[in-house]
Write a protein that binds this ligand. Sequence first.
Ligand SMILES: [Zn+2]
Length: 438
Amino acid sequence: MDWDQLLNEATHHLQEYIRIETVNPPGNEIEGARFFKKIFDGEAIPCQIYEPSPGRGSLLATLKGDGSKRPILLLSHIDVVPVEKEGWEAPPFAGVIKDGYLYGRGTLDCKSLGIAEMMALLILKRQEVKLKRDILFFAAADEETGGRWGVQWAMENLPFLKEPEYALNEGGQIILSDNGVPDRYAVSSGQKVIFQLQLKTRGTSGHGSMPHPDNPNVKLIHGLETLTRWETPYRILPMVKEYFYKMAPKQPSYERGFFEDIEKGLNDPSFSIWLTSNPIYNAMLRNTISLTILQGGSKANVIPSDATATLDCRLIPGTDKKEFLKEIKRRLGDEIEVEVIAESDSLPPSSLDTDLYRAIQKFASENDPGCPVVPSLLPGATDSRFLRECGIITYDFCPFRVTEKESMRVHGNNERIDLENLRSGTKMLVEIIKEVAA
Ligand SMILES: [Zn+2]
C-alpha cells in the first residue's frame, strides 16, 4: 500500500467535503451524500441516497461479504453545527491546510471520520479482501439536532440496517497526553440517558412597587436552590468500574488504590471530592442535573404571573425515571409543576466481550504497547442510541489521535485535524475490519 498516496487522496477528499456547507439547520446534507455517491460510483461500490425530507440526504454504501457473519456498520454524520466566522484563523468552509492541520467545521466532528471510513472501504475493495461480513458505510443527516431525518429515520424505515452485529461511530478516540504520547484508547460503549424537565411556578401578578409573597420568580428560585444543592448518589456501572481500574496504573501512587476499586475509593471523602471536581468523571458516576434555562418576567416594575425553568438531567442507564422524578418533585416542593419535555430510552451499555472490542485491544497492544483500552460512558448523546435500541453492539470510537485540548475545538472556533490522523485512522479501521471480517 502506498500510504503517502492514500493520505494525499484522503486529504483531497476531506478538503472537498469540508467545502460543502452542511450546517444544521437547515442541514442540506444531500450535497454531502452526492459527494460520497460520486466517489463510490467511481470505484464500483454499490451505494444509494435516501432523502426522507427535501435536502436531508443520507448515503448507504455496501461492500459485500460472503454473508457467513453478520454485517458491520461504519457510521458518521454529514451535518455540522453553525460557526462564528469572526473567531476563525482560517475560513471554516474553505478546506485550508496550515502547519499540517486542516481547518474547518466538521474536521473533528465528524467529516474526517466519514472520509476515513470511506477510504477503508476503497482500500478493502482495491485489495480484493475476501470478507465474511458485509461492510456498511452510512453517512447520516441530522445528527446535530437529534437524528429525526437521519439515523432515527433510517432505523425505522430501512429494515436491513437492523442486521449488523457491530457498529462503529463517533464519540471516543485515542487520547494523547499534552506531549503527544498516547494515554488511552477511549472506547465508549454506552451513554447517559436524556431526561429533560420543564418547571413552572404560578403566582399573582402585580406592581413591582408592592412586593407580596405569591411572586412566581421567588418561589421558583427557592425550589431550585434546594434542588441544585442535591448531591445525587453514586451509581457505578460495571463498565465504569472497569474504566477506573484500567486508568489506575497511570495514577500517582496515593490515588492508584482508589482507582483500582472505585466504589471503595469514593468512600474516602477527600478522594471523592477531588474526583468529582472533574466534570467528566462526575458525569460517569451519577445522575446529573443542569439548570439550563430560567425565564420569568419581562418588565422591571411588573411581578409576572408565572416563571419557568428547564433542567437538563442525564441519567445513568438503568435509573428508575419515575423514582428520580419523584425525588426531584419532593425537593422542589409543592409549588412547582414539573413536566418531562424530552427523554431517551434507558439502554444498557454494549457488551465488551466481543471480537470487535478484542480487535481494538489487539491493535492497541501492537501499536501502542502499554496504552490501555478503556470503556467510557459518554455524558452526551450520539446516534448510537438508535443502534443500541435495535440490539447492535455499538462502540463510539473514532480512530484518531487527539489531545483533550484539541478536542475542545469541537463545536468551537478553529476546529482542525492533524492530517496524519487520516493515515493512521484509516490504517486502523482497515486492520480492525480485517481482524473481525476477513
Ligand atoms: Zn458529531
